[in-house]
Design a protein around this ligand. Structure first.
Ligand code: ME8
Length: 517
């Protein structure tokens, strides 16, 4: 069973911020989850490095485009390393392999007469890297996103016959029984896409003459491929197209392309049409999440209101940063975040709920059992109750990419164990019914181990810590794989009676909320 997952390749004219981190962390959680469930996962991310926007940004900084791309792609790589992202490859569109694939696809489409030359004149926004219609402009005649006046550009470009794919695209998107069904999520966005396709698809320009910082077309060296065509093709280059047939056949088509709503159209319409034109399979799923705003306004480097992955990690630690990024707003609609909101969620979910469960359990084991897993006949009732919550709520949520719901299910499982501790009141039992104590503490440890297994994809380091503090046996990943396969708790439990526990450490120290300027 294979699973190929991608993030967008990010433009190198911006620094990585929480928006890029959001998509990449979500993709990483899914990649880790699928690996734990026995899939042979391939996870691709990278950077988009061609086009006027990048060439201009380089000029402003007094660098060559290549220098800027080298420097900025490193920043993305560093950010993903910091966030513990397990991508299998990092593709850059300026690499030779990408040039080769783009030229191969362009030539194939040209040979099939799906690419033709035409004169084109329209208003072009450099910021968007696209032509805009008059109706798209704001009241000042500017691009509504970039607040700059688009320039009138006229040139002879190559066009791709997007219009000829209209019916087949509609069929693949709307017919779930189609063997090449393209599932677009969430539902509302899929409906928007379908509505727009039904209005009619126009052929699109796929090359430029004035842009030198790009990949030259094999059949006309005067022209470079338009950034979008170049960028999308990364997804097949990344799995070896065209020369590494074995790899390509193994992983293509992509199981899920992950992105935000801004680029859903390109991924669910233009990309599948290009693939169909080239005679290749179309992606199985295209999933778009919403846009983050920060304190109600759009995040932008020029406004200086971005949250960087470094800032997130500095304040909360890597695992909490991963958890908070995907659990704060529902995966799908837009949402607003703030440092206050992040801190609050950190304190409630991680410091108070999860952190507290582990520290109080270990402290009781220390006080009553000399820091050993108590001797008793195994009691799995609480672990089974926890397992049921996770099975009913966590697993379907994560499989459907509802990361916020999966995070909530983890919290519900933790709350259930904390409530059980309150109900048992072991501190009272120690005085009234001491013979009941071993089974109680033993059961909290088993439930904590089970939670750790489910935390692995979200918070890998925390899961490992809980696992070792609670003296769980074997390797956590191996145990998790086994557990997810047959859902059976080992006969003697995950933490075996008599095993030495570790001192309680504070997993998530409480943080005082203060809004960062
Ligand atoms: O569009 N909220 O690159 P890009 C949520 N190179 N997600 C956000 C976000 C925000 N505020 N800001 C960015 C490009 N993202 C092209 C893609 S793919 C073949 C080419 C995330 O650097 C989100 O995933 O503008 C969005 O789709 C992506 O970054 C856009 O990245």
């Amino acid at each position: 069973m294979k699973f190929y997952i991608t993030t967008p390749i990010y433009y190198v004219n911006d620094i990585p911020h929480i928006g890029h981190s959001y998509t990449t962390i979500a993709a990483d959680i899914l990649a880790r989850w699928k690996r734990l469930n026995g899939f042979d996962v391939y996870f691709l991310t990278g950077t988009d490095e061609h086009g006027t926007k990048i060439a201009q940004a380089a000029k402003e900084k007094g660098k060559t485009p290549q220098e800027l791309c080298d420097e900025m792609s490193e920043k993305f790589k560093e950010a993903w390393k910091l966030l513990n992202i397990t991508n299998d490859d990092f593709i850059r569109t300026t690499e030779k392999r990408q040039e080769y694939t783009v030229q191969t696809i362009a030539q194939a489409l040209f040979d099939k007469k799906l690419i033709f030359k035409n004169k084109y004149e329209a208003l072009y926004c450099v910021g968007c890297e696209k032509f805009l219609a008059e109706k798209d402009l704001d009241e000042n005649g500017c691009c509504p996103d970039h607040k700059t006046k688009p320039v009138l550009q006229s040139e002879e470009n190559y066009f791709f016959k997007l219009s000829s794919f209209q019916d087949e695209l509609l069929e693949r998107i709307t017919n779930a029984a189609h063997k090449q069904h393209i599932e677009i999520q969430p539902e509302e966005r899929r409906n928007e896409i379908v509505g727009k396709i039904k209005l009619g698809l126009e052929d699109i320009s796929i090359s430029r003459t004035a842009v030198d910082w790009g990949i030259h077309l094999p059949f006309d060296k005067e022209q470079t491929a338009y950034v979008w065509i170049d960028a999308l093709i990364n997804y097949i280059t990344g799995v070896g197209y065209p020369d590494n047939k074995e790899m390509f056949e193994k992983y293509w088509p992509a199981d899920v392309h992950l992105m935000a709503k801004d680029i859903l159209w390109f991924h669910s319409v233009i990309w599948p049409a290009v693939l169909m034109g080239a005679g290749l399979a179309t992606p199985k799923k295209v999933y778009s999440h919403g846009f983050f705003t920060l304190n109600g306004s759009k995040m932008s480097k020029t406004l200086g209101n971005v949250i960087s992955p470094q800032e997130l990690v500095e304040k909360f630690g890597v695992d909490a940063a991963r958890y908070l990024a995907v659990s704060l707003i529902p995966f799908g609609p837009d949402g607003d975040i703030s440092w206050t909101g992040l801190t609050l969620k950190y304190n409630v979910d991680l410091a108070n709920n999860l952190g507290n469960l582990i520290s109080r359990t270990i402290k009781m084991a220390e006080k009553y059992f000399d820091l050993k897993v108590p001797q008793c006949s195994p009691d799995f009732e609480l672990a089974k109750k926890t397992a049921k919550i996770l099975e009913d709520d966590f697993t379907p949520a994560i499989n459907n990419l509802y990361f916020h719901k999966a995070a909530q299910a983890l919290q519900n499982a933790v709350t259930t164990v904390n409530q059980q501790i309150e109900n048992d009141a072991p501190w009272k039992l120690a005085k009234t019914d001491p013979e009941k104590l071993p089974a109680c503490i033993y059961s909290y440890l088993q439930a904590a181990d089970l939670i750790a297994i489910h935390l692995l994809a979200f918070m890998p380091e925390t899961a490992e810590k809980i696992w070792s503090v609670c003296a769980a046996q074997e390797n956590i990943e191996e145990t998790a794989k086994k557990y997810f396969k047959d859902k059976i708790i080992p006969e003697k439990g995950f933490s075996v009676s008599g095993a030495q526990l570790q001192q309680a450490q504070v997993l998530f120290p409480r943080i005082i909320a203060e809004e960062k300027k």
